[in-house]
Write a protein that binds this ligand. Structure first.
Ligand SMILES: N[C@@H](CCC(=O)N[C@@H](CS)C(=O)NCC(=O)O)C(=O)O
Length: 208
């Protein structure tokens, strides 16, 4: 299976960590994201949204959307389980994962899209008010995570799940490229960050 990816992009990294946790080998194909390769007709035929990650199967079938790809990999290789092992755990992981995807990711995205790097690429006209709003809400969400992580070791409970992968990849991206590194005094958030960053799947994902 081929994974269309780009080294600093957080969403393909989520898939790489997920696959590594399950010991699944993917052939990584890095696209020229900044050069517009994902907007070419050839790439659009793989994902009409013109985004990565895309998982291409040996028969040419393409799966887009990080969560759809991860769910496919979970069905192929159920262990270790990352989406929930019983109905209640699956629901709780889903809830936490959606909080991360719908309340953290879009705010980091707004700060990124309206920030200096994207502006320099000339891709969109930046709106400073949206950058500031995204940055402010991201910092608020970090505080919330810090409080939640006072009473549990992982984002969705007492074990590592897909919700940790989605949180970590976006927070690392925010710290490296969006000037949104969490403040040092968020000690529970940083303890969690150290815990998950120590996993071989996470360490190896940085080399790609
Ligand atoms: N909802 C999508 C988001 C994918 C996404 O935004 N990917 C970024 C890279 S991390 C991308 O391809 N950006 C290029 C663009 O938006 O044109 C998913 O979860 O896969």
């Amino acid at each position: 299976m081929k994974l269309y990816s780009f080294p600093s992009a957080p969403n393909p990294r989520r898939v790489l960590i997920f696959a590594a946790e399950k010991n699944l080998q993917l052939e990584v194909v890095n696209v020229d994201l900044r050069g517009g390769e994902t907007k070419t007709p050839e790439f659009i035929s793989k994902n009409p949204s013109g985004k990565i990650p895309v998982l291409e199967l040996p028969d040419g079938t393409c799966i887009s959307e990080t969560v759809a790809i991860c769910r496919y990999l979970e069905a192929l290789a159920p262990n270790p389980n990352l989406f929930g092992a019983d109905p209640l755990e699956a629901a709780l992981i889903e809830a936490h994962h959606r909080h991360i995807e719908f309340e953290l990711h879009p705010n980091i995205g707004a700060a990124w899209v309206n920030g200096p790097i994207v502006a320099a690429m000339g891709m969109v006209e930046p709106i400073e008010a949206q950058r500031l709003r995204g940055a402010g809400l991201t910092r608020k969400y970090y505080e919330r995570m810090n409080e939640e992580l006072a009473s549990r070791s992982y984002v969705a409970g007492d074990r590592f799940t897909v919700a940790d992968i989605s949180a970590l990849c976006m927070i690392d991206f925010a710290g490296a490229l969006v000037d949104l590194k969490p403040d040092e005094d968020l000690t529970n958030l940083w303890a969690w960050h150290r815990l998950v960053s120590d996993r071989p799947s996470v360490k190896n994902s940085l080399a790609l």
